[in-house]
Design a protein around this ligand. Structure first.
Ligand SMILES: NC(=O)C1=CN([C@@H]2O[C@H](COP(=O)(O)OP(=O)(O)OC[C@H]3O[C@@H](n4cnc5c(N)ncnc54)[C@H](OP(=O)(O)O)[C@@H]3O)[C@@H](O)[C@H]2O)C=CC1
Ligand SMILES: N[C@@H](CC=O)C(=O)O
Length: 433
């Protein structure tokens, strides 16, 4: 009799429904590739009474997790329900019962990933989490397989679909932040709590997962310097455009001489840079490897079917390993000690938007602060504010260290002629592409 591989699906929301749809529609291709069909045996949900989209046999639904993790016929648990501590415990129980794991959960992986991988390896189980970073883009597989022979020096990318959707629609359609966020939620891109998207935490989790793989270090989420887009105004986007840049929420991770820096922050990239043209919920990850040089991975970073494609491909990978009898063999020990760069070792250009007194001497007072910290200026715009005795000053520095910029900010804050520092952002990508 032909063997069927059975899964227990934890979650039937945006991604879970996509997983069921792909298993139903692409079953022929799946059987052709791995030799056996994959069936959904049980589905865990929160609310048994909720109306479900698509062709879902309701008899599969349960709200009792034991019916999945202890089910003797289930081979793989597919976790697409979200959550951190409780979800980690569910997956631990599943592994104790020799179930393999496929998850899209970056929140849990960024904190418990290394423990989960270690525990799975001890139990000869596989854990796959491709969908947890950049939705439908196979970026984890690219780092662990395609670029495995190289030394990665830099990763820079748009890894959150919701914020990229917001930034695109704000500037192209002149719409408000709140209005576009609501639309991104309705389209299924945002997290259950969208503050993790807009405050940069979702992207930081992804950056920490990518850095762990790219640099073979045990990276802590709290080592990622995070700023989101909550406080960004239309004026920031407008002035960035005027100066030849597009504003993006970028995740950046780089390694020099064994030390790394990781950050997520709103960043200006020049119009000609490939990342500037990534719109809506699309993601793109630029990877610089010592041997390969520059590479770029592009695709939908959120949404039902793109994310579910990554989940089902992981599932197929696990089934192939089960058939070959090679599960739980992924290397889980980092090769290098984690060493973080000091702020004096992190370099980039910076954008500042200030409001200052519109009088003689203002310009000199401001530029003197930059000069004192040995930060030279690349571009400056000064525009009087109509009907007010103040001017808007927008400037872009040449490369300077984060330490120098922190010192400049500190001095500007106490300068009499300054009425407010509206914003300051990193500028990246002028040397690349
Ligand atoms: N949406 C996207 O584009 C992407 C999402 N992800 C990740 O995939 C995961 C799922 O996201 P998404 O599908 O959008 O989330 P949804 O909120 O749409 O769906 C979550 C599902 O899980 C169920 N669920 C949640 N908590 C529990 C619980 N404690 N017990 C039982 N069932 C539970 C819900 O049940 P019920 O239906 O009854 O409420 C629902 O079916 C998250 O980790 C997310 O970060 C990753 C990449 C992209
Ligand atoms: N909320 C996330 C979903 C995918 O990870 C995003 O917007 O990128």
């Amino acid at each position: 009799m032909q063997k069927t591989f059975n899964i227990g699906l934890c979650g039937l929301g945006t991604v879970g429904t996509g997983v069921v749809k792909i298993l139903q529609k692409h079953q022929n291709e799946i059987v052709h590739q791995i030799g056996y069909p994959i069936e959904v045996k049980k589905i865990l949900v929160n609310n048994m009474d909720k109306k479900r989209e698509g062709n879902i046999p309701l008899s599969l639904l349960t709200d009792k997790v034991e019916e999945l993790v202890e089910h003797p016929d289930i081979d793989v648990i597919v976790e697409v329900m979200g959550g951190i501590e409780e979800t980690y415990e569910v997956l631990e129980k599943a592994i104790q019962n020799k179930k393999h794991i496929v998850t899209a959960n970056k929140d849990m992986m960024a904190i418990y990933g290394s423990s989960l991988l270690q525990f799975a390896s001890e139990n000869e189980c596989d854990v796959r989490y491709e969908a947890s970073v950049a939705g439908g883009i196979p970026i984890i597989r690219s780092l662990t397989d395609g670029l495995a022979s190289d030394r990665i020096h830099k990763i820079m990318g748009i890894v959150n679909g919701t914020t990229n959707y917001i930034l695109t629609k704000m500037i192209e359609q002149n719409r408000s932040f709140e209005d576009v966020l609501l639309e991104a939620q309705q389209l299924g891109y945002a997290e259950a709590d969208p503050s993790s998207d807009i405050d940069g935490l979702d992207a930081a989790r992804k950056v920490s997962l990518l850095s762990t793989l790219a640099f073979s270090m045990s990276v802590q989420l709290q080592d990622v310097d995070v700023r989101g887009i909550r406080d960004m105004s239309y004026d920031d986007l407008f002035y960035a455009e005027q100066l030849g840049y597009t504003m993006k929420l970028l995740g950046i991770a780089s390694r020099d001489e064994g030390k790394i820096e990781m950050s997520v922050q709103p960043t200006l990239v020049p119009h000609h840079h490939p990342l500037a043209s990534i719109k809506d919920e699309y993601n793109a990850v630029y990877v610089y490897g010592e041997a390969v040089g520059e590479t770029m991975f592009y695709g939908p970073g959120a949404g039902q079917l793109p994310t579910a494609t990554a989940v089902v491909s992981d599932l197929m990978d696990v089934v192939k390993n089960i058939r070959l009898g090679v599960t739980g063999k992924t290397s889980v020990q980092p090769q290098f000690e984690t060493k973080l760069k000091h702020s004096s070792e992190i370099y980039s250009k910076f954008f500042f938007r200030l409001e200052a007194d519109d009088e003689t001497g203002t310009f000199l007072a401001i530029t003197s602060v930059f000069a004192e910290e040995k930060v030279s200026l690349d571009k400056i715009l000064q525009m009087p504010k109509q009907g007010r005795a103040t001017a808007e000053i927008v400037l872009i520095t040449h490369e300077a260290s984060k330490e120098q910029i922190d010192n400049v900010l500190h001095k500007l804050e106490s300068l009499q002629v300054i009425n407010g520092i509206h914003s300051y952002y990193r500028v990246e990508g002028e040397g690349e592409a």
